[in-house]
Design a protein around this ligand. Structure first.
Ligand code: ADP
Ligand code: ZN
Ligand code: ZN
Length: 745
């Protein structure tokens, strides 16, 4: 009889391996890779779900049990997607099961009913992933239904309560019980239905490409049958989207299919209309605000071949399209392509593997490419395609960098510099709109001198040190370097050295004092909720001609307002001194985006960028929109400090209730890693305190490994994690591993 290896649908780390079963004669020709089956498990032969992943020729096990039955006749993934599952398990240190569940959305194959309300009542995890894991293990024995709800919510950011009940056959009481325990929280989201009303969309024809566009289309289409990565670099409005549309059209004409990834925030109705106008009903849209029923419907259309172009967010990279011909990742530098849960995959990385499997082109597009991608483009690994001119003639705004040190000398201690104040005044008088931007909601953590701009940084890592308020010390959460807080500036002896802390709320208050007559809207995590989605706030801003919009990151992308002629970045330093090696890259991107907001219509726009370090070269180059020079400076910095793309970074976060025990486990692991990596070019930093050292009563310590990832190193790290979990008493401390994290906090 034939043997099948399966992954069981149980999350316990100890069960994270393959189990072999015999395929009984009655199922012989039915079992395929990717099928969900029932198998007898454990001493009691409990009947549990399992996924078929291999057909080995032999096995070590003497007495094999038989597969019980097939749950669904259709496989949930094919061999190509299986390769991705194995890849993710290895590269992101996840379990088999977590990797499978990332590829196969929960409830797929079940017939969900669509919900017609505009607002969907549902639930989301109220805990971090590793805390949820602990809650799950506890619930598993005591309250199995609750355990399944937790599992469901660990795999989905949000699930409608009706879907939870329908999928798990449970009552509302189980949901309420988990809410009471604080494990999950009620969330209402406004449904963003696939808003394609084909009757209102008029078909569009391809525009006549300009010469840059034509070249890009030709080069990409010529390599249709070969794997290759193209970096399409061009400012916003240079016609990148038109290039994808025309390449996709060629792909469809050959009977093939395409995936287009976009960041959540730019998946707007306008964007969808653009694709629907060109490709009609051949498109499918995948995003996190669909109900499960709708998501299932889209999956069915993709699987049966009705949908040929999938437009979606990060997870759409796993769309089960047959006969792929092209993959596009728009705004490839966006950090939302990196998953924040386990496995913490990067959609760009997965896209490259899918493209390679199929032997097809992958197009990465951006106005401000990630340093990693641009490096690969210049070194010949990717092919660089540049769109030099704007397809529509738009004027760049006039950008001023305001020296906040001078404002201080002149006695201005307000958040608003005099030039910005005056510009707001003028805008109010003209009836034009203004956007003010602050890139963090709450408090920032770095210490800087307001007299000279000096910032306290780690001497080893060049990362701004994090201020820990309760103990008044500064620490580098990359390497653990710690020093006493400073009260006098070492550069200029000023006493005006302190931590930076301004929230959007404070900006709103001060603005109300300065301009009591101005109408103001605020958009940050506190004001944006399900019912008050950011889309809605923006609509109100536009429709009601609100004078000033104050916001965080959210206001930078994808907005297009005729009447906005002034943008202010209140504290550019907050971005420049992020405790992250990507601080410069993020700042350059931010300022490019922000400046793109001013003057989209017929009026010329102005942008004011306030800083205590106005001579900073990143600000200067961003002001000139000089990506090339920025890249050259940044890449040499990355090289000298050994940051990506010159190495990979793996972060291991140890967390638990006992501070001492967390430290013990982290120290042990660090020692073990240092020993194992002794003869390999790799650097083990820490353990050091995380930026958020204490979260939900748990202490968090981090080890960072800088190295060039290969199989040997991946195995060493995953052995280290496995070794930690092997000891029973260590279960009190969890380890969260991340490969090339986007936020090291
Ligand atoms: P990007 O994706 O780089 O922001 P788009 O493709 O959205 O740029 O193009 C910006 C604008 O220019 C759109 O309104 C688009 O319709 C228009 N456009 C793009 N290419 C052409 C072209 N070849 N001829 C005329 N208009 C174009
Ligand atoms: Zn100073
Ligand atoms: Zn350091």
């Amino acid at each position: 009889m034939q043997i099948a290896s399966v992954v069981v649908n149980k999350t316990a780390r100890a069960l994270d391996r393959l189990f072999d079963y015999l395929i009984p004669e009655r199922l012989e020709n039915q079992i395929k890779i990717g099928m969900l089956v029932y198998v007898p498990f454990g001493k009691a032969n409990q009947r549990i779900e399992a996924y078929v992943v291999d057909f080995p020729h032999k096995t070590q096990i003497k007495e094999l049990k038989e597969i019980d039955s097939v749950i669904e006749p259709e496989p949930l993934f094919d061999e190509k997607l299986l390769e991705l599952i194995f890849f993710m398990k290895k590269r992101y240190f996840s379990t088999y099961l977590a990797a499978i569940k990332t590829v196969v959305p929960y409830g797929m194959g079940l017939h969900g009913k669509s919900v017609s309300d505009k607002v969907l009542k549902g639930s989301a995890l109220a805990l971090s992933y590793d805390e949820a894991f602990t809650a799950l293990e506890t619930a598993r024995t005591k309250a199995p239904v609750q355990a399944r709800i937790i599992e469901l919510l660990m795999q989905n950011e949000f699930v409608a309560n009706t879907d939870i009940q329908m999928l798990l056959g449970c009552s509302v009481a189980a949901i309420r019980a988990l809410e009471k325990k604080g494990v999950i929280e009620p969330v209402e989201i406004e449904i963003f239905r696939n808003p394609v009303d084909y009757h209102t969309i008029s078909p569009t024809k391809p525009l006549t490409p300009n010469s840059d566009q034509q070249k890009a289309i030709d080069v990409i289409s010529d390599s249709q049958a070969d794997f290759g990565v193209f970096l399409l670099h061009g400012v916003t409005g240079s016609g990148k989207t038109e290039v994808f549309l025309q390449c996709i059209e060629k792909v469809l004409n050959q009977g093939k299919t395409a995936i287009v990834l976009v960041p959540e925030i730019s998946l707007t109705p306008q964007m969808i209309h653009r694709f629907a106008g060109r490709f009609g009903r051949q498109i499918a849209v995948l995003h996190s605000r669909l109900s499960m029923g709708e998501r299932n419907d889209e999956y069915k259309r993709i699987k049966n071949g009705d949908a040929k172009v999938v437009i979606g967010v990060r997870s759409a990279i796993f769309a089960p399209l047959q006969n792929l011909g092209l993959i596009v990742v728009d705004e490839e530098h966006e950090s939302s392509y990196k998953s924040q849960s386990v496995p913490s995959y990067h959609a760009r990385e997965i896209a490259a593997i899918r493209a390679k499997q199929q032997g097809i082109p992958l197009v990465l597009a951006s106005a401000t490419p990630s340093i990693e991608s641009y490096y690969k483009a210049l070194s010949g690994k990717y092919k660089l395609l540049t769109l030099t001119n704007r397809a529509n003639s738009q004027i760049m705004p006039d950008v001023t960098i305001v020296d906040m040190r001078r404002e201080l000398v002149e006695g201005n201690r307000s958040l608003f510099s005099n030039p910005l104040k005056q510009a707001i005044r003028e805008n109010l008088d003209k009836g034009h709109q203004t956007i003010l931007f602050l890139n963090r909601r709450g408090f920032s953590t770095f210490i800087s001198c307001r007299s000279c701009g000096y910032v306290v940084k780690c001497p080893r890592c060049n990362i701004a040190l994090t201020y820990h308020k309760n103990r008044d010390f500064l620490t580098c959460h990359y390497c653990g370097y710690t020093q006493k807080n400073l009260h006098v500036c070492p550069e200029c002896s000023s006493h005006y050295i302190k931590h930076f802390g301004t929230g959007t709320q404070k900006v709103e208050e001060e603005l109300a004092e300065l301009f009591p007559e101005a109408s103001v809207l605020r958009m940050d995590l506190d004001t944006v909720s399900a019912k008050n989605s950011h889309q809605k706030i923006l609509e109100q801003f536009e429709k009601d001609k609100i004078d000033v919009l104050i916001g965080t990151q959210m206001v930078t992308k994808g907005l297009d307002f005729e009447n906005v002629t002034l943008v202010g970045v209140l504290a550019a330093d907050m971005s420049l001194n992020l405790d992250d090696y990507r601080a410069n890259e993020k700042t350059f991107d931010l300022i490019t985006q922000v400046c793109g907001r001013a003057g989209r219509g017929s009026y010329a726009g102005r942008a004011f960028i306030q800083s205590y370090m106005p001579e900073n070269s990143v600000l200067q180059m961003a002001k000139l929109q000089d990506y090339q020079s920025f890249y050259e400076e940044e890449i040499s910095l990355r090289k000298s400090l050994m940051y990506p793309p010159f190495c990979d970074i793996v972060s291991l976060v140890f967390s638990g209730f006992s501070e001492a025990f967390v430290d013990t486990c982290a120290q042990k692991a660090a020692k073990q890693l240092k020993d194992a990596l002794k003869n390999i070019p790799a650097e083990v930093l820490g353990p050091g305190a995380c930026g958020f050292y204490k979260m939900n009563n748990k202490y968090r310590k981090r080890i960072l490994i800088k190295c060039r990832l290969n199989d040997t190193i991946l195995n060493i790290i995953s052995d280290c994690i496995a070794k930690h979990y092997k000891s029973k008493e260590n279960q009190a401390v969890s380890v969260l591993a991340e490969t090339n994290p986007t936020h090291i906090m």
